[in-house]
Design a protein around this ligand. Structure first.
Ligand code: SR1
Ligand code: MG
Length: 418
């Protein structure tokens, strides 16, 4: 499905932003995914801050296709952003799919001029964030997420890759502009508000001032996590593994959107997933205050968070024994210390993710959907306190049950009387 010369030198020789009509022609002319006579329908389905996503369906053959296109500017703010991001994304999807085929959509075509990725339609899977907001349970979720993490992360470390190959990958995936977004939004602004972009719920300004802007111990811990994010090129990460990047159904899971991919600390991906599961936890807690709720879902979610953390350790160590052959790395003491470091990072980064979504400007629906201020104010405080606990106590919270117990204690305390 390559491009021919006419297409390269003609209509699609230079980037322009596709729309629902032009993307249908593009899918035929460039991707050659549909027959020229097919009657196509298209919807723009992107719900992120950055790119445009089109779903194209042929009424003639029933085939469907996704085209994701990067524009010259951010969709949310109109600010310019490095367009090579989706070249990296296409390459990352290919790498992840080679390692974990069942969890990653297939890329059919990548067009560097149009900054467009044509890929498999995964519409039979639904956005995990939306599904958890609807209190849907997915018994396979923890196992699938852990398998995806272990299968895509461990083989790309230099425990497994040859030194020169790993460095080639590190070079290719230097991702300065998207990493700068995280360095600011995740690791700086929540603690200093130096760009005055934080969005603090009315009634929580003084709390945030004390709890986040003036806690020197917290700042030193976040500094360590920030430094590791920027310098610990441990593995090739997805880089933005929130619950809107994960799609699920009762049979399995797909992971999309790795445009923030870069070589960083493994715990950042693991922690992002865990932090985002706590948003569903928080929303359930808030909803249960005023309406009858499905306790079964809450128990499943709590167990899923704990299981995810614990089985990451088990599966990672098992895979380690299979894939790592360098004699010095095979020593038990080194292996255990390596894994303990990853787990402590994961707890810390779960904390930074929770805090940044509460006070930063990239909010999550679980929190924006809570509008009763009597609940929203203590709920956000609970997430901030839990985030701080995770960041400061990251080396002491070594089991999944430690995380969920901390959450239970803090939520019960902060929301008592609601
Ligand atoms: C300007 S981008 C804001 C957020 O959306 C992305 O998905 C990342 O999480 C980023 O922090
Ligand atoms: Mg994204």
């Amino acid at each position: 499905m390559g491009q021919n010369l006419t297409e390269v030198s003609g209509t699609y020789a230079h980037h322009f932003l596709l729309d629902a009509r032009s993307v249908c022609a593009y899918a035929k002319d460039v991707v050659h995914y549909f027959d020229v006579n097919d009657e196509l329908e298209c919807m723009e389905i992107g719900d992120g801050n950055i790119n445009y996503v089109f779903k194209i369906v042929s009424n003639t053959s029933g085939k469907s296709l996704i085209i994701k296109q990067a524009d010259t500017v951010l969709r949310s703010s109109g600010r310019a952003l490095d367009m090579t991001r989706n070249k990296r994304e296409a390459e990352m999807l290919r790498i992840e799919r080679a390692l974990a085929p069942q969890y990653v959509p297939e890329v059919y075509h990548y067009d560097e001029r149009m900054c467009a990725i044509a890929m498999e339609d995964i519409s039979s899977y639904k956005n995990l964030r939306t599904e958890l907001i609807s209190a849907k349970e997915f018994p396979l979720l923890a196992g699938d997420i852990v398998s995806f993490l272990v299968e895509t992360l461990l083989p790309l470390t230099d425990l497994v890759l040859e030194s020169d190959q790993k460095k080639e990958r590190v070079k290719y995936f230097v991702n300065p502009e998207l990493c700068a977004i995280s360095e600011d939004l995740v690791f700086t602004e929540p603690y200093t508000d130096y760009k005055k972009r934080n969005i603090i719920t009315c009634g929580n300004a003084r709390f945030v001032e004390q709890a986040l802007y003036r806690d020197g111990t917290l700042h030193s811990c976040v500094a360590a996590l920030r430094n590791s994010f920027m310098n610990n090129a441990q593995s090739l990460l997805h880089g933005d593994l929130h619950s809107g990047s994960i799609f699920v159904n009762e049979h399995g899971m797909k992971v999309i959107d790795p445009e923030f991919a870069f070589y960083g600390p493994i715990g950042y991906d693991v922690g992002n997933v865990i932090g985002n599961l706590f948003f569903a936890y928080a929303l359930f807690y808030a909803t249960a205050i005023t309406a009858p709720c499905d306790a079964h879902f809450f128990i499943w979610l709590t167990e899923t968070i704990a299981e995810l953390f614990d089985s990451f350790e088990t599966k990672f160590k098992k895979k380690y024994d299979e894939l790592v052959h360098f004699p010095l790395y095979k020593t038990t003491v080194f292996k255990n210390a390596y894994v303990q470091g990853v787990l402590a990072d994961a707890v810390g980064y779960a904390g930074t993710e929770m805090i940044r979504r509460v006070v930063g400007d990239a909010k999550v629906r679980e929190l924006t959907s809570v509008t009763d201020m009597q609940i929203k104010i203590p709920l956000e405080r609970a997430l901030i306190m839990l985030g701080k606990t995770f960041i400061k106590e990251r080396k002491a919270l070594t089991h999944g049950a430690d995380l969920t117990q901390a959450a239970q204690d803090i939520f019960a305390f902060m929301l008592q009387g609601c």
